[in-house]
Design a protein around this ligand. Structure first.
Ligand code: MG
Length: 248
């Protein structure tokens, strides 16, 4: 069941979204060669907790980090640890904050030092596909319009759209209905209504769309070992159109 939010609930989500966005910005500023992913994770946790919030992912399904940090061929759900970021890595950080009853959820991929033109192009295209999807998130459209906008944009560039993991409704729970795939048919799916709050999160691969999970039970990697990028915003659908909630 899709949970619609009233205007005061959307205001609550703006507050949670703002903290989530600030935590993501902090993480992005720390992405440098020589920094470990656990160092970034620790600062993210401290930041969120110092604002009276809790990291949405910490303890979720047994996850040990406050952020998912996924490097290069890692798509999502990378576990923070002792790995040091290297020059030229691309680092996807996914982080949410639970604040006064609501979750925010956002992600971005950051380059460490100088990255290859191919890596930069993948990151740029993934970010752009997120905004193409967001632009379709307005009343009267259907869920498939968001999905199709993302898929058609990145596939035209030769990239692969991850199928096994998708965006989602978000609110009092981190994962609510509906699922928000990054592939689909325009004009199909759930009709979009004011008060829906969803996380749109394209996961886009340089090569094959296929992925596999590592034996750690979390980390998802590309099947061909090529790069992957991930961008995400939590948005509200309003009478005026999409409102991005995960903004600093
Ligand atoms: Mg999400």
């Amino acid at each position: 069941m899709v949970v619609l939010k009233n205007s005061s609930e959307v205001r609550g989500m703006i507050a949670a979204g703002k903290l989530s966005a600030q935590a993501l910005k902090l993480a992005g500023e720390m992405v440098e060669p020589g920094v470990t992913t656990s160092e970034i994770d620790r600062e993210v946790r401290k930041f969120i907790q110092s604002h009276g919030a809790e990291p949405s992912f910490l303890g979720y399904g047994g996850f040990t980090g406050s952020a998912c940090i996924s490097i290069n061929e890692q798509v999502i759900h990378g576990i923070p640890g002792p790995r040091k970021i290297q020059e030229g890595d691309i680092v996807s950080v996914d982080v949410g904050a639970f604040f006064k009853g609501f979750h925010g959820d956002n992600a971005a991929t950051f380059g460490a030092g100088r990255v290859s033109p191919e890596a930069q192009a993948l990151m740029d295209a993934t970010r752009e596909s997120l905004y193409k999807g967001i632009a379709m998130a307005k009343p009267g459209n259907r869920l498939g319009d968001i999905s199709h906008a993302i898929q058609s944009y990145v596939e035209a560039l030769g990239y692969g759209v991850v199928r096994e993991y998708v965006g989602h409704g978000v609110g009092r729970k981190l994962h609510e209905s509906p699922e928000v795939p990054n592939y689909g048919k325009a004009g199909h799916g759930v009709r979009l209504l004011p008060g829906m709050t969803i996380a749109i999160e394209p996961m886009i691969n340089q090569g094959t769309a296929n992925v596999r999970q590592l034996p750690d039970g979390w980390t998802v990697v590309t099947a061909d070992g090529k790069l992957s990028a991930h961008f995400e915003h939590t948005i509200a659908i309003t009478d005026q159109g999409p409102l991005i909630l995960t903004q600093c």
